[in-house]
Design a protein around this ligand. Structure first.
Ligand code: AMP
Ligand code: ZN
Length: 113
């Protein structure tokens, strides 16, 4: 998608602080970290949000989750971490290209509202 910032990051058109990349996904440090470790897992293909995931394309979500433990270990998150996906306006999504936040490096507060 031409005007999507995460498509541009995935294509290497905008610089990012990369922690992992393969043919399907990229993981980058968040520009405005909300925890000592804050990494975004982003599929290279454009899906607007969780609502765009279905039986045909859900393998990409499994692929992302298969790489999270490896990256979390590399970043020293042996004591645990949180995965967050914000969907749509009420979910607090600001970049309309699906991504999963990996947060850790301290005991995170539980505040779901
Ligand atoms: P969300 O609110 O769930 O859509 O999350 C979007 C996240 O993308 C926020 O945590 C932003 O700080 C982060 N972000 C926006 N632009 C960039 C960028 N160019 N590089 C890295 N992270 C970014
Ligand atoms: Zn995109």
């Amino acid at each position: 998608m031409s005007d999507c910032i995460f498509c541009k990051i995935a294509a290497g058109e905008i610089p990012s602080n990369k922690v992992y990349e393969d043919d399907k996904i990229i993981a980058i440090h968040d520009l405005n970290p909300m925890a000592p470790v804050h990494v975004l897992f982003i599929p290279k293909e454009h899906y607007c949000c969780a609502n765009a995931i279905n039986e045909e394309n859900c393998d990409i979500v499994g692929h992302i989750f298969s790489k999270i433990p490896k990256v979390a270990k590399e970043l020293g998150l042996e004591n645990g971490y949180r995965i967050v996906n914000n969907c749509g306006e009420d979910g607090g999504q600001t970049v309309m290209h699906i991504h999963f936040h990996l947060l850790g490096g301290k005991k995170l507060k539980v505040d779901m509202a």
